[in-house]
Design a protein around this ligand. Sequence first.
Ligand SMILES: CCC[C@@H](CCO)COc1cccc([C@H](O)CCN)c1
Ligand SMILES: [Fe+2]
Length: 542
Amino acid sequence: PFSPTEHPAAGYRKIFETVEELNEPLPTEVTGVLPSWLSGSLLRMGPGLFEVGAEPFHHLFDGQALIHKFDLREGHVTYHRRYIRSDAYVRAMAEKRVVITEFGTAAYPDPCKNIFSRFFTYFQGIEVTDNCLVNIYPIGEDFYAVTETNFITKVDPDSLETLKKVDLCDYLSVNGVTAHPHTDADGSVYNIGNCFGKNMSLAYNIIKIPPPQKDGSDPLKRSEVVVQLPSSERFKPSYVHSFGMTENHFVFVEQPVKINLLKFLSSWSLRGTNYMDCFESNEYIGTWFHVATRDPAAYLSSHKFRTSAFNVFHHINAYEDQGFIVVDLCTWKGSDFVYNYLYLANMRAEWDKVKESAMRAPQPEVRRYVLPLDIYRVGPEEQGKNLVSLSYTTATAVLRSDGTVWLEPEVLFSGPRQAFEFPQINYSRCSGKNYRYVYGLGLNHFIPDRIVKLNVRTKDTRLWQEEDSYPSEPLFIPTPEKHMLTNINMVMSRVLLSIVVKPGAERPSFLLVLDARQMTELARASVNTIIPVTLHGTYKPR
Ligand SMILES: CCC[C@@H](CCO)COc1cccc([C@H](O)CCN)c1
Ligand SMILES: [Fe+2]
């Protein structure tokens, strides 16, 4: 139990301020010792332009996408950043106003158009945004900057140049896909997205983009929907941010934050409607867990897992053990949409206001759920009995008379308004498998102010924190195999990379390199510019 830090100086405001892009990479000042094997690029996405002229963006997920790159090579580090030339950005620059409606900001009709064409504009569907501010990840040899709509943007991971806007609707029947895909050992990329589809056949589609082939053809051309999961409410699918994947199963947690399709698919009303206006909470339905097998891909419709209401954005990890699926999640208790607390006005408020607003929000909690797979053998006499027989968890699953299975979690971490979020594991080694550690960003009343390592078996935590410093999601970088072979004697050092902003410092931003075992600082590479908040990213080894 740590005493939450106070931020009376409200230095966190600086990470929500517009910055200029760079024309070429900046050198950094390195202190400490960078591991010699650490050679590659840290690529991260986030908002960088928080207003267009006099028109402000209102929500954390509205700012125009800025791609950041820290290049590490032989102990030297450079920093670069460029705005993605999305249609949203290019048209805003050309017209000097917000042209494309963003997540929480509606674009207003073109003032130069006459009243009639403006009137008819209302009755066309909105132009879905391609503002890819959320994540960047590889698909085969290519790198894509993404949000959660059907548009993804191919970028050059070295020059940071915007290459191509891709519409997933050209390849798949989805209205969007999450910014959190899973990648298999063979390079296949899996994702999940809403499908409002024809005749409102409402569902969530799990897609697979196969590994790249020798003929160099675009893997997207061979992508497919592998399984469809039903929506618990006909015209109101849940918002989905990520999903779980074990060796043999997909896990989808259907949260009670719903998209009101009648609003979302209708012509966005006369007053500016945005995406946030289309969400509503279902106070009665609770949270449902859905399971499907991977190969063959099939929905297990008889496995009806239910539990109380919570928001979930980030799955930590999921794995199978003795006929159970263990699902670790970053949850927020209640059905009130957490994104309602992420408007920029809240994030930039003075510290007392920030604390007051977080008091009313859903409370964060890291939770472990355990899903019994072979519920067929459970006879009526076992109704009401806990089906979980794993020795190391207190999570329970109870078959009820209506055939549903009620889940209760084991709490892995809980702190009042102290979230363990933006979870990251040693993905290549641990994803889908029984594991021990997860690394996360500590949100103090939604303000990122520490990096945490959580042992999911013992619940021990270790911290990295510095006063008036605001870190990003920590990425885990494993030691490359080839390096281990040549340096057998060298202790397997593994590091975490996080971008930290310290507004009061002379060089106000730095790349922090932590030893992932002890959470101690190995090095930092500082730059003389503020780096605005980044959401997610990836490490591209050289
Ligand atoms: C009504 C919600 C629609 C879904 C897409 C359809 O499945 C979400 O759409 C957006 C639109 C703009 C920015 C975002 C951000 O990615 C959110 C935070 N990660 C999501
Ligand atoms: Fe996310």
